[in-house]
Design a protein around this ligand. Structure first.
Ligand SMILES: O=CN(O)C[C@@H](CC1CCCC1)C(=O)N1NCCC[C@H]1C(=O)Nc1ccccn1
Ligand code: NI
Length: 183
C-alpha cells in the first residue's frame, strides 16, 4: 500500500519534470498503479486507516509524487453536494478553459510540500478535460468550482508545476481581475 514514505517531497527532481504520456490500452502495471493511487486517497480520508498509517488526507495524487514521471493521476473526493469524484486517469489534457479565474480562498497545499505557503493560487475557473480512464475509456469532463481546482493541481504535477509557481511573489494575496474565490 502507498504510505507517506512513498511520496517524494519538494527538491526531488520528479516534481519539476514534464512526465511522459503512457500507452493506451494501459499496461497492467499502469492500471495497478492507478488503483493503488485511488486506494491511497481513500485510506487517507478514512480516520482509522489514516491514523494507523499516519497518512495526510489527500483528495488527489499524481504519479510524479511517487517519483514516477508518467502522465497518471488519481482523484477521489465528494463535493459539498455529496457528488463523488473518483477517477484514475491517464494522459489528461485541458482542451479548453474559461477566461475567468478562480482560487481557493484558503490557498493551496501539497502532499509533497512540508510547509505552509501563503497566497492565492489563480487557476482557470472552468475547464474541459479529456483523458483515458483506468478501463481505457475516453473521459470528457467539464469542471468548475473546487473540482476544477483539484484537477488543475494534479495536471500541473504532470507538467512539473507546483502550486506555489502560480502565487504572485510581490503580492501573494493579489486577486487577479475578476477572479472568483472558492470557499
Ligand atoms: O497533488 C496532490 N496533492 O498534493 C494533494 C493535495 C491536493 C489538493 C491541494 C489543493 C487542491 C488539490 C491535497 O489533497 N492536500 N494538500 C495538502 C494538505 C491538504 C490536502 C487536502 O486538501 N486534503 C483534503 C481536502 C478536503 C478534504 C479532504 N482532504
Ligand atoms: Ni500536489
Amino acid at each position: 500500500m502507498i504510505t507517506m514514505k512513498d511520496i517524494v517531497r519538494e527538491g526531488h527532481p520528479a516534481l519539476t519534470k514534464v512526465s511522459q504520456e503512457v500507452d493506451i490500452p494501459l499496461s497492467h502495471e499502469d492500471k495497478a498503479l492507478l488503483e493503488e493511487m485511488i486506494q491511497f486517497l481513500k485510506n487517507s480520508q478514512n480516520e482509522e486507516v489514516a491514523a494507523k498509517y499516519n497518512l495526510r488526507a489527500g483528495v488527489g495524487i499524481a504519479a510524479p509524487q511517487l517519483g514516477i514521471n508518467k502522465k497518471l493521476m488519481a482523484i477521489h473526493f465528494e463535493d459539498e453536494n455529496g457528488k463523488l469524484y473518483s477517477y484514475g486517469l491517464a494522459n489528461p489534457k485541458i482542451v479548453s478553459h474559461s477566461v475567468g479565474k478562480a482560487y481557493l480562498a484558503g490557498g493551496e497545499g501539497c502532499l509533497s510540500v512540508d510547509r505552509q505557503v501563503e497566497g492565492y493560487v489563480p487557476r482557470h475557473a472552468r475547464i474541459t478535460l479529456k483523458a483515458t480512464d483506468m478501463d481505457n475509456n475516453p473521459v470528457n469532463l467539464r469542471l468548475k468550482g473546487y473540482p476544477s481546482i483539484v484537477f488543475q493541481h494534479e495536471v500541473d504535477h504532470l507538467n512539473g508545476i507546483m502550486f506555489y509557481d502560480h502565487i504572485n511573489k510581490d503580492d501573494p494575496f493579489e486577486v487577479p481581475d475578476n477572479a472568483r474565490p472558492i470557499e
